[in-house]
Design a protein around this ligand. Structure first.
Ligand code: URA
Length: 198
């Protein structure tokens, strides 16, 4: 069944009332995601952590600081992308998302993707990548490759939190984001060339 195209405000209202899995009981805020509602780049993380739950915003903790550096390396500003997560509520003690939680939350990320209609989706880490690509293949194999999910180009990268524990992933992430920046600029130039022909 094809999903309707809803505005982000309509989807946010649904998320704020959601009790589809037990994570709603422990949340301070849902973390809907933020950024340009018509962003050309949708960035998808895993789930809110403690700071995100407290502030209701994605990637505001240590991983978020590094994400800001990565965006700068790509030549992108936070306000011009949209940052979302697979899960909108924080799992207790930041444990991994469980399959039933992902399934319960899945319609929201699908609706967000349809509403934003980006040119590219950057998936950070295993959970986002496996969700968007519907694959069991791990991020170590997929990072740095160009994938397709329906009409969307998907660029899988390590999760920025992984670089906090493993410094060798820092350089890999920085290089991947630089590449993402050039690819986004190429795609934007192509799509404005195509519009000019209309
Ligand atoms: N890690 C995530 O995957 N998402 C956030 O919003 C914060 C940390």
């Amino acid at each position: 069944m094809s999903l309707p195209v809803l505005s982000l405000d309509e989807i946010r209202n649904q998320v704020e009332q959601c009790q589809a899995c037990p994570l709603w009981e422990g949340r301070t805020h849902v973390v809907f995601g933020e950024g340009d509602p018509h962003a050309r780049v949708l960035i998808v993380g895993e789930a809110p952590g403690k700071n995100e739950d407290l502030q209701g915003k994605p990637f505001v903790g240590a991983a978020g600081k590094f994400l800001d550096e990565l965006l700068e390396a790509a030549g992108l500003k936070r306000e011009e992308v949209f940052i979302a997560n697979v899960l909108k509520c924080r799992p207790p003690s930041n444990r991994n998302p469980q399959a039933h939680e992902i399934q319960a939350c899945a319609p929201f990320l699908r609706l967000q993707t349809k509403s934003i209609d980006p040119l590219v989706i950057v998936t950070m880490g295993n959970f986002a990548t496996q969700f968007i690509l519907k694959t069991g293949v791990g991020i170590t194999h997929l990072r740095g490759t160009v994938q397709q999910a329906g009409k969307f180009t998907v660029l899988p990268v390590y999760h920025p939190a992984a670089a906090i524990y493993d410094r060798s992933k820092r350089e890999v992430l920085l290089a991947d984001f630089q590449q993402i920046g050039s690819m986004v600029r190429d795609r934007m130039a192509q799509s404005s060339d195509i519009q000019a022909l209309d």
